[in-house]
Write a protein that binds this ligand. Structure first.
Ligand code: KIV
Length: 263
């Protein structure tokens, strides 16, 4: 696989080429994902759930995110690495810059922040200082207590339009990638058409520029398999085969298809 850079990911969007994204938390699975053709690896704070056995991503901290980013970095050569900024590590613009710098120095090529319009100033400041930022909109796992559970967002016309508007404003502020989680496919389609940066979807239907899954879900070994996630290990029979099949189905547009589109 060629070296994956932000420029290349943006070119994929221009060319209408879908790329694959997958979470990774350790060097071994990161190496396998890279060898299987996954372009973007997300060191997700979902490690709180699948590695630490926590009930949510809220307990995850910066030290842990830096540690796992370093692990993934050591397992890869050419993947584009996106690292989650954990709960409350970007509550103010100053915190955002200091903590994003720590993740970049641990090996990330981009940081990801969850939220909405309130992120605008931090996104602008980080981007101005040379830190690529992905904004995660829609269902926000770090806000599970505020959003009243893991609920689909943007179901009515007003909240749907809000998500599209927020994506445009945050891209204008400097965001280089948008990640949409748990929104209707119509909303994801509108965002993907409205912004000129790549949009990655999870539980957001088939119209985005990339798809992401939590690797433990893809392997069918999570405690609760989300309805938008497919058990690729059951089909492929090996970890390497499962990740390669996922990458292939994302790139060909076969996944998520109708069956794994939930709203
Ligand atoms: O932490 C994570 O794995 C994520 C995905 C759910 C997109 O943010």
């Amino acid at each position: 696989m060629n070296k994956q850079t932000l420029t290349r990911l943006k070119q994929y969007k221009t060319d209408g080429k879908i790329f694959a994204t997958l979470t990774a938390y350790d060097a071994t699975l990161a190496r396998i994902a890279e060898a299987s053709g996954v372009e973007v690896l997300l060191i997700g704070d979902s490690l709180g759930n699948v590695i630490q056995g926590q009930g949510s991503t809220v307990p995850v901290n910066m030290e842990q995110m830096c540690y796992h980013t370093e692990c993934v970095k050591r397992g890869t050569k050419n993947s584009f690495l996106m690292a989650d900024m954990p709960f409350m590590s970007y509550a103010s613009p100053d915190q955002a810059i200091a903590n994003a710098a720590a993740l970049m120095q641990s090996g990330a090529h981009m940081v990801k922040v969850e939220g909405s319009l309130w992120l605008e100033e931090s996104v602008y400041l980080m981007s101005e200082r040379g830190i690529p930022v992905c904004v995660h909109l829609g269902l926000l796992p770090q806000s599970v207590d505020k959003q009243g559970g893991y609920r689909i967002q943007g179901k009515d016309a007003e909240s749907a339009q809000q998500i599209v508007d927020n994506a445009c404003t945050l891209v204008e502020a400097g965001a280089d990638i948008v990640l949409l989680e748990g929104v209707p496919s119509t909303v994801a389609k509108s965002v993907t058409e409205a912004v000129d940066v790549p949009v990655i979807g999870i539980g957001a239907g088939p119209h985005t520029d990339s798809q992401v899954l939590v690797v433990h879900d893809l392997l069918g070994i999570s405690q609760r398999l989300p309805s938008f996630s497919k058990n690729y290990l059951a089909e492929a029979g090996s970890i390497e085969g499962a990740i390669a099949l996922y990458a292939e189905e994302v790139k060909s547009g076969k996944f998520p298809g109708e069956h794994y589109t939930i709203a």
